[in-house]
Write a protein that binds this ligand. Structure first.
Ligand code: APR
Length: 320
């Protein structure tokens, strides 16, 4: 069987980390595309030179030519600008919307059968615009945010309980921003929901509340520490899990930004919900029941996503 082909559109901090992980996991051959000359070539060569040491066979190529992504099985998009201290994800909108247009056209022309995973922020609006610009089927264009937000929540919970991160599951829905919705009832340690763990005396509601707050601001915490950019290890690991679930048809149930057509009573928007991710792309959207309080939080988050979409339409009326 021929090797799969992974195209990384954007070879910055996340793009380089994606290339390293994809190659190490032998997901396929990797093409790094970027407008910056030399960066994708340099990162590709550097990673390739580590392959004899680590013992993996993946070819890596850097390029500024969209032709090189031809017939990619997966395209992971990080092209654009990242946050600096003091910026919100939404501040990136104007620049990154233009980038999504050129990336969408490039993918449409050269890799129309790929699964497209968008990471560029502000995520929910950018993946929505990317689907429109590329014209690819909606189930083949998804956004990476929920796995990252859940991973942050899981990590903080595992620290609080002093248990393995693997024993903690977490559920974060909604838009990828400060309005995201971490759901306590559906977050567990070995199947025991957080409210039960509070009752069992493992933690207090105050501690859970502060962990939820830290999760919501998790991206900003890293930006404030790094000062020169935003998180890249955990975002890359999260997107690689999505690519792997698709390529190996694992059908993981994971929170992703997915296109809704009627689910949760919503239409024509992307927002974070649990999906089944297999060889068909977004094969199924899982609709969970909300309490009144959860519903209000989800609606608030959807409202924030819609505001960003409206801002996109103002900048580019073709999206309307
Ligand atoms: N086409 C291709 N690549 C582009 C384009 C374009 N039109 N415009 C910019 N780029 C490239 C830049 O040259 C840079 O190498 O995108 C890369 C972005 O890399 P970084 O600035 O290092 O950003 P990174 O940390 O990888 O984050 C990328 O993901 O999480 C989000 O908010 C983050 O939007 C940001 C994106």
């Amino acid at each position: 069987m021929a090797r799969k082909k992974i195209a990384l559109i954007g070879a910055g901090m996340i793009g380089g980390t994606l290339a390293h992980l994809a190659a190490q996991k032998e997901l396929g051959d990797v093409v790094l595309f970027d407008i910056a000359e030399g960066i994708p070539e340099g990162k590709g060569l550097d990673i390739a030179e580590s392959s004899p040491v680590d013992g993996y066979d993946s070819r890596l190529k850097g390029t500024q030519d969209y032709k090189d992504i031809a017939d990619a099985d997966v395209c992971i998009v990080t092209a654009g600008v990242a946050r600096k201290p003091g910026m919100s994800r939404d501040d990136l909108l104007g620049i990154n919307l233009k980038v999504m247009k050129s990336v969408g056209e490039g993918i449409k022309a050269h890799a129309p059968n790929a699964l497209v995973i968008c990471i560029t922020n502000p995520l929910d609006a950018m993946v929505w615009a990317l689907q429109k610009f590329s014209g690819l089927p909606k189930e083949k264009v998804v956004g990476m945010a929920g796995i990252l937000d859940s991973a942050r929540f899981r990590y903080f919970l595992a620290e609080e309980f002093d248990v393995s991160v693997e024993s903690v599951t977490a559920f974060v829905l909604g838009g990828h921003g400060d309005t995201m919705v971490p759901l306590e009832r559906y977050s567990t340690v070995a199947g025991i929901p957080l409210p039960d763990l509070v009752e069992m005396g493992w933690t207090t509601q105050d501690k859970i509340n502060s962990i939820i707050d830290r999760t919501r601001k998790g991206g900003g915490e890293i930006v404030a520490l790094l000062k020169t950019g935003s998180a890249y290890y955990a975002p890359a690991a999260s997107a690689i899990q999505m690519a792997e679930s698709y390529l190996r048809d694992k059908k993981l149930v994971v929170p992703c930004a997915a296109y809704l057509s009627g689910e949760y009573g919503l239409n024509d928007l992307y927002v974070g919900v649990p999906i089944v991710l297999g060889s068909g792309g977004c094969e199924r959207i899982v609709q969970v029941n909300f309490t009144a309080e959860e519903k209000a939080m989800f609606e608030n988050s959807v409202g924030a996503v819609r505001e960003l979409m409206d801002a996109c339409i103002k900048l580019d009326p073709s999206l309307g």
